[in-house]
Design a protein around this ligand. Sequence first.
Ligand SMILES: C[S@@+](CC[C@H](N)C(=O)[O-])C[C@H]1O[C@@H](n2cnc3c(N)ncnc32)[C@H](O)[C@@H]1O
Length: 274
Amino acid sequence: MDSLYSIAKDGYSHDPVTKPLRYCEIIEQAVREEDLAPKSILEIGVYKGESTKVFSRRFPDAHIVAVDLKLADIDFSGCENVRYLQCDQTDEARLRAICEEHFANGLDLVIEDASHIGHLSKLTFDIVFPHVRSGGLYIVEDWGSGYWETWPDGGRFTDCKVPGNTARIAKTIRSHDSGMVGFVKSLVDYTATGDIASDRAVARGWMSRLALSAARVDALRKLTERMPRLRAWLAAKLDKPVAAHAAVKVSAGSGLPQLKSLKFSRSLCIACKA
Ligand SMILES: C[S@@+](CC[C@H](N)C(=O)[O-])C[C@H]1O[C@@H](n2cnc3c(N)ncnc32)[C@H](O)[C@@H]1O
């Protein structure tokens, strides 16, 4: 089977809105690395249908649904495995209906190449990702637009100075907090869902804080060595998760999506579901 790249370069239009050929190489590599033979594909953002046709030829056994805000007059003849539908990437009810109707057994591959506006992409992710199968890929294109000053929610890259440098130390990196960059960074959380869920509770309140500080102060630690009951109390405070707090953490973590991996290659962000 020809690769996405070799199919795409055959008659490639070089239209700047269509995905660059190198993206096809990266997506092909990601699919091969996961040993994925996608049977269910959702493409969000179709434009003139060039990429949709490439996916159709590369994965002839897949059922492909390609959605766009505005339908264009695209000739999809020869692409019998493609359904071309109107859908806003933020229309929760419609996106869910599409997933339930077309992908009842889950999605193997999602390519989000629509608005490239961070909070819209986040909404789409939250709606669609639960429908992705374990081992499936969710690919976000062009997250680098988040660094473009001219982009609606973009912001110029600002460096974070390291301590020791005489220059002012930035507390936040503006370009990392918002837009597409902020969105893809938020996906990092889902690679740590296990840690979030099993977060050892740290007791709160002044008694617990005192206990924590005491354990860190050498003199107090020595003192407690001669006071077994105080030492036992401190140990209990430090070692035992506080039940109520732990329960909240567990349920917060277990409700989150889980990622097996999150990879960045050029302006593509590739999330693999655990
Ligand atoms: C970059 S183009 C897609 C290019 C295409 N995937 C390709 O590689 O040839 C972005 C497309 O997303 C669509 N789009 C923009 N905002 C959208 C939204 N809110 N929901 C769905 N599609 C949207 C635009 O109409 C446009 O056709």
